[in-house]
Design a protein around this ligand. Structure first.
Ligand SMILES: *Cc1c(COP(=O)(O)O)cnc(C)c1O
Length: 484
């Protein structure tokens, strides 16, 4: 083994890539299940929403997030229709801007927000406040007050401090109302859910069920705090406790975790009925439905998910002689994730000699693009896998296992760990990464003073900027410029 500085090029690295990654017959071809529904190639140029990405980049620059409006709306509608007896909240933290909030409203979904900023976007979009759910494990007094003032439909209570804050806020309102002139209309009660942790943690193909609940969110069921929170809220005038809320994780492919969680949550329902004499009318099952980032992922259709979740809840309720509550779900990633891709321009290509075993490819090819961990932190943060394609031309070069990296000062700044791309990639080419609609723009940063890319919506051959590209002036506007 040759000596080298710590880094990625360890001697034991296989350059074959992961076992699931197959060398394609044609490195130009799209894998349809990874792309939004209107994505196609024409003479090697990737088109989304009828807009060639070469044209889109000529007009809007690179990198850019390209959001397929028809695909987004179709996914929102598919959840809405498959879960027809449910309330379907779109989890805004996956990606939110005012236009997307309007699409969500038009498609008949409700909206989850989890901060003052997300609530402000909903407000600016004119989103109906009674269809908003407000989450967060540390909502401030001011945030809660604002949510109550705006008439947010559900506040998902996460701690005893929050019970106290909400009690104070509603009490202050009641007193203000009591001293107001006769004839003022009574405020409707503030509707709340209790966030519980059911001791289930689900992530991709695995879930872990534990007796205790070692995480920051919500009230533990097993140590009795969830029941105590319900008891307190049940007795608080001005608050209307509607039900429990359980969110078990993200990028989940299997209903087994939901089943264990449902059993524990409905056991709590039964205890509440038996000890407090109240049957909670609602139950929110949270989000977390997985999407395909690469060919190793095989997500279920919304109709399948709906059938599974409904079966699980119906059976558990029957076993405990509970009426089936009104159910909610909160998909974020599964709606917006597959609807967007990111288009980058290649800046440099470098081949690195590795000490591979005999017979193995011993050169790793690094393709550097004009973005990276500032516009997609998921690879560095979660070891997430992505795929990509050459988007600006057709190539006859044989496929070459390639690593697509960003332009940041960080060895872990990887966009796509392993992908077969045509072997003749060169500076100026465009590369597009599918499945970047969720948790990419919403987690984007200004690391290295990068300018966050725009979100460009495409539909029927036209493009519209929903969120513009940041400028150097935007960055400098925050710098107070204090003289040294
Ligand atoms: C993050 C989150 C969601 C959405 O998760 P996805 O994986 O994007 O579907 C839904 N509900 C809650 C409470 C969340 O924290």
């Amino acid at each position: 083994m040759r000596a080298h500085e710590a880094g990625w090029a360890h001697a034991a690295v296989s350059v074959r890539g992961p076992a699931w990654l197959r060398e394609p017959e044609d490195a130009n071809a799209l894998v349809p299940q990874l792309w939004s529904s209107t994505a196609r190639k024409s003479d090697g140029v990737l088109e989304v929403g009828g807009v060639p990405l070469t044209d889109l980049v000529a007009e809007h620059g690179s990198p850019a997030y390209v959001l397929d409006e028809a695909d987004f709306r179709a996914r929102a509608r598919a959840f809405r229709e498959a879960f027809e007896d449910y309330t379907v909240y779109y989890a805004g933290k996956a990606f939110l801007c005012t236009t997307v909030a309007r699409w969500i409203a038009e498609e008949g979904l409700s909206l989850d927000v989890c901060s003052r900023g997300e609530l402000a976007v909903a407000e600016r979009a004119g989103f109906p406040m009674d269809r908003v759910g407000f989450h967060g494990n540390n909502k401030s007094y001011a945030e809660l007050e604002r949510a109550v003032e705006l008439g947010v439909g559900r506040i998902i209570v996460d701690s005893f401090h929050e019970v106290q804050r909400l009690t104070e806020i509603t009490e202050a309102l009641r007193q203000a109302q009591g001293s107001a002139a006769q004839g003022s209309t009574a405020r409707p009660p503030v509707r709340v859910l209790v966030r519980v942790t059911a001791g289930v943690e689900a992530h991709t193909h695995e879930y872990i069920a534990t007796a205790h609940e070692d995480q920051k969110f919500g009230f533990s069921i097993s140590d009795g705090s969830a029941f105590e929170a319900v008891r307190q809220l049940h007795e608080t005038p001005g608050l209307e406790l509607r039900g429990l809320h359980s969110h078990i994780g993200s990028q989940i492919f299997d209903s087994a975790g939901f089943e264990v969680a449902a059993r524990r949550v409905l056991a709590l329902h039964a205890r509440i009925r038996d000890e407090l004499g109240a049957e909670l009318p609602e139950l929110d099952l949270g989000g977390g439905f997985g999407i395909a980032y690469t060919t190793q992922d095989d997500p279920a259709e919304p109709a399948m998910l709906a059938a599974e979740l409904t079966r699980i809840i119906t059976e558990e309720c029957a076993a405990r002689r509970l009426a089936v509550p009104r159910l909610s779900i909160e998909p974020g990633r599964a709606i917006v994730g597959p609807s967007a891709c990111t288009v980058y321009r290649v800046g440099t290509v470098k081949a690195v000699e590795l000490d591979g075993a005999p017979g193995m490819q011993s050169v790793r090819t690094y393709v550097s693009v004009d973005g990276g961990m500032s516009d997609n932190i998921r690879t560095a943060l979660y070891d997430a896998d992505y795929s990509c394609t050459l988007a600006s031309r057709a190539s006859t070069a044989p496929p070459l296992l390639t690593r697509v990296v960003g332009m940041h000062c960080e060895a872990g700044d990887i966009v796509v760990m392993d992908e077969f791309l045509p072997g003749d990639l060169t500076p100026g080419d465009l590369v597009a990464v599918p499945g970047t609609g969720a948790y990419c723009r919403s987690m984007a940063s200004n690391y290295n003073h990068a300018l966050r890319p725009p979100v460009v919506a495409v539909r029927d051959g036209a493009s519209r900027v929903l969120v513009r590209r940041e400028t150097v002036e935007d960055l400098l506007a925050l710098d107070a410029g204090v003289e040294g």
